[in-house]
Every structure is written in structure tokens, then in C-alpha cells.
Ligand binder design. Structure first.
Ligand SMILES: [Zn+2]
Length: 202
């Protein structure tokens, strides 16, 4: 057990945590009997770590099941044009943005992992998808920090952080700091950059 494991205690639930944010996360992970110690004397940074750990745990489990590490992909523009639709090419390879509320996934609530359109790397989980009201699929964290890259973007004099697939440099969208807990981040992604691999119904 590592340090974080030691801070999480498992018991048969309590009124203190039931309905709290921790409880909700635990419930969403299917662990109704998981009790995360919500101790007011706990340092905020420790609490933060625990929240991230809980959110990551399920996501990482999904990833282990579905990921095989892919080799970095490089293709020429014409090679990308051959395998992508015109819209996918414009967005993924030319950093375009689809119109809000026009994409395939902004209102999608299916379970599964969202993979890179260009190279197939799993990038986001439906577990971390939330309704941002923006008209683009939005996630509070990537499947793993290693699967994406970020870059400072000053296009049109706007200060934004671009999100790319680390494996093939496909443009995915942008990340903003107005997302929900537990990360406070909003990964605002183009549907055209993603392909949903639906989870098998259990
Ligand atoms: Zn990719």
C-alpha cells in the first residue's frame, strides 16, 4: 500500500461521506461501500491528492484493459488526407474547430473510451465527460497525462492552451481552467478528433 492507500479507509459507508463529493465519486465508481475519510484536519493538498486518486483509479483500470502502447506516428499531409475525411483533416491536422453543437459527441452519454481519430490512441473516458453547455464534448481529465500534449496557443491573440494527441500530434481542442472538480479543468475537444469505442454492456 502506498501513502494515499493508507489515507483511504474502506468501511460500510457513513452519513458523513454519503452524498458528499467523495461519496458521489465513490458511487460513480460502483463502490457504494467505499468511505473516503473526509477529515477537516486533513491538509487541503492531501485531500486534493485523494480526490485525484479516486477519480484516476477507475480511469486507469479502463486504460489497462484497452491500451497497448502505440508507436509515435508521422505521416505527410497527403497521407493524412487519404485516411481522413475533409472535416477531420481540417480539424485534426490544420487545427480547425468544428461548430458548436454540430459534432457527433457533444451530447453523447454512451459509456466507453474516446480514441484519437488519427492514430487510435485512447484519450478520454466517458467517466470524466461532463455537460459543459458549450456544444463540444468536454472532459475534466485525459485518460492518462501521457496520452496528450499541451501547447501554448496565441492564435487570433487569444491566450489558450492547445491539446494535442501526443502520439500523432493531432489537434484535439483546448483546455481551460473553469472545469468541475476534481481537477477544475475543462478539456474542450472537437468530436471530429475523437472516435468513441463503446464499452461492452455489463
Ligand atoms: Zn493520435
Amino acid at each position: 500500500m502506498d501513502k494515499i492507500d493508507n489515507l483511504i479507509t474502506f468501511s460500510s459507508g457513513s452519513n458523513k461521506t454519503r452524498g458528499s463529493e467523495y461519496g458521489k465519486i465513490a458511487q460513480s465508481l460502483g463502490k457504494k461501500d467505499t468511505k473516503v475519510r473526509d477529515d477537516t484536519s486533513m491538509k487541503p493538498e492531501v485531500k486534493e491528492k485523494i480526490k485525484k486518486w479516486v477519480a484516476n483509479k477507475k480511469v486507469n483500470r479502463d486504460l489497462e484493459r484497452t491500451t497497448t502502447l502505440l508507436e509515435k506516428i508521422t505521416k505527410t499531409e497527403s497521407e493524412w488526407r487519404e485516411v481522413l475525411s475533409e472535416e477531420q483533416f481540417k480539424i485534426c491536422r490544420k487545427k480547425g474547430t468544428e461548430q458548436a453543437f454540430s459534432g457527433k459527441y457533444w451530447d453523447c452519454h454512451d459509456r466507453g473510451n474516446y480514441h484519437c481519430t488519427c492514430c487510435g490512441t485512447p484519450l478520454f473516458s466517458s467517466i470524466t465527460k461532463f455537460d459543459s453547455g458549450t456544444g463540444w464534448p468536454s472532459y475534466y481529465q485525459p485518460l492518462t497525462p501521457e496520452s496528450i500534449a499541451t501547447e501554448h496557443d496565441t492564435l487570433f491573440f487569444m491566450r489558450r492552451t492547445e491539446v494535442l494527441c501526443r502520439n500523432c500530434d493531432s489537434h484535439l481542442g483546448h483546455v481551460f481552467e473553469d472545469g468541475p472538480e476534481p481537477t477544475g479543468l475543462r478539456y474542450c475537444i472537437n468530436s471530429a478528433s475523437l472516435v468513441l469505442h463503446k464499452a461492452e454492456s455489463s
